[in-house]
Design a binder for this molecule. Structure first.
Ligand SMILES: [Zn+2]
Length: 370
């Protein structure tokens, strides 16, 4: 991971930033680079705002199995004081740099100009998944940035941000930084599983209704939801169709207008704010283009965190592969499938064992309706 220091520019300073979410190994990487410099008999000075010693005191700073001697500091002024006695240091390491405020940017610029190699490690984003200043500023003036990934504790994919949990639940955006009497911890999470809650829960829930073929009975399924399941809830229906329409589906109860992608997003946002539930009925296959080459599936993915999907299939012989294909596509896109509904029609029905088989393969709930 280290770049070779060119002997001709040995006296030029440089700034390296190691960033990423919690549990991504930033401190280990910082210690590794510092130790490497130490082996090369370079003088290093290390600052850490997080160790328990009295400020300004030199102590052992450790992370995982790694440890180094470091100065415990809580301000850039203290770092400046320590630097007066260590001005011959060639390498400066700073851990948890996000806690040192904007003055640390000036500090880094100054000592880079003095010819020091500075290596900083810190969080690039807060638990709210917003930039954690001054790390973005340091990244932009650095010679090198390494953004490390932790692993999402929910799904095992590369993590994107640090999830704050209070009593095991995702924290609210404006929860105070210290919660008295609450148990608090952090986990690494991917984009899908990183959740920031808002006190004003404005949002209605979106239900995408997707058919495995045309005229499967999506409208009846939706009607059933409105009349039986969401009886006293405020609902609205929107219809989305591909720009390529091979078949004209049954004229729906709702007038279908061709919206641009931007209008569509605005319409959905408005509907979500004004209703308890918003049905979005999809006309045309998931992979068909909505606008340009942006597919219906791409569009659904925009609502991944606030939607569920209901798959509607005709209950007729030979549905197995079609249903599995649809489920597979949705799962690979990390979408939440609520259930599969099989609509009985005039055709010969599929064996119940086949439907049970799909349940065993997909682990999805199902329902058969007339
Ligand atoms: Zn995840």
């Amino acid at each position: 991971m280290d770049f070779q220091i060119n002997k001709n520019i040995i006296n030029m300073g440089s700034l390296e930033v190691i960033t990423g979410s919690m549990f991504s190994g930033k401190s280990e990487e910082l210690i590794r680079r510092l130790r490497r410099a130490k082996y090369a008999k370079q003088k290093i000075v290390v600052f850490s705002p997080s160790i328990d010693n009295r400020y300004g005191e030199k102590g052992i700073y450790s992370h995982g199995n790694e440890s180094l001697e470091a100065y415990s500091v809580n301000s850039v002024n203290q770092m400046e004081e320590i630097m007066t006695e260590n001005i011959d240091a060639q390498v400066i390491g700073i851990d948890e740099v996000q806690f040192l405020g904007e003055d640390v940017v000036k500090f880094c610029k100054k000592y880079v100009e003095y010819g020091k190699r500075i290596i900083v490690a810190g969080l690039d984003m807060s638990f709210r998944a917003e930039p954690y200043h001054p790390v973005p500023e340091l990244m932009s003036i650095s010679d090198r940035v390494d953004k490390l990934n932790a692993i999402c504790t929910v799904c095992g994919k590369p993590a994107y941000a640090s999830q704050r949990l209070i009593n095991g639940e995702p924290a609210y955006y404006d929860d105070p930084l210290v919660m008295v009497g609450a148990s608090e911890n952090y986990e690494a999470r991917c984009r899908r599983h990183h959740i920031v809650k808002y006190k004003k829960e404005e949002k209605g829930k979106i239900l995408f209704i997707i058919g495995t073929e045309i005229n499967v009975g999506k409208e009846e399924v939706e009607k059933n939801y409105r009349e039986n399941i969401f009886k006293d809830k405020k609902c609205e229906t929107l219809v989305i169709k591909s720009r390529i329409n091979e078949f004209e589906e049954n004229k729906s109860l709702v007038s279908t207008v061709d919206f641009s992608l931007i209008d569509l997003r605005n319409k959905i946002e408005k509907a979500v704010n004004e209703n308890d539930y918003v049905f979005i009925r999809i006309i045309g296959g998931l992979l068909l283009p909505l606008e340009g080459y942006y597919s219906i599936l791409d569009f659904i993915c925009e609502y991944r965190k606030k939607s569920e999907i209901v798959i509607v299939s005709k209950n007729k012989k030979g549905l197995l592969n079609q249903v599995l294909l649809t489920v597979d596509l949705l799962k690979k896109s990390d979408l939440n499938i609520e259930k599969i509904i099989y609509k009985n029609g005039a055709e010969e029905k599929e064996y119940e064992e086949v439907i049970q088989e799909i349940k065993d393969i997909t682990h999805l709930k199902y329902e058969i309706i007339n």
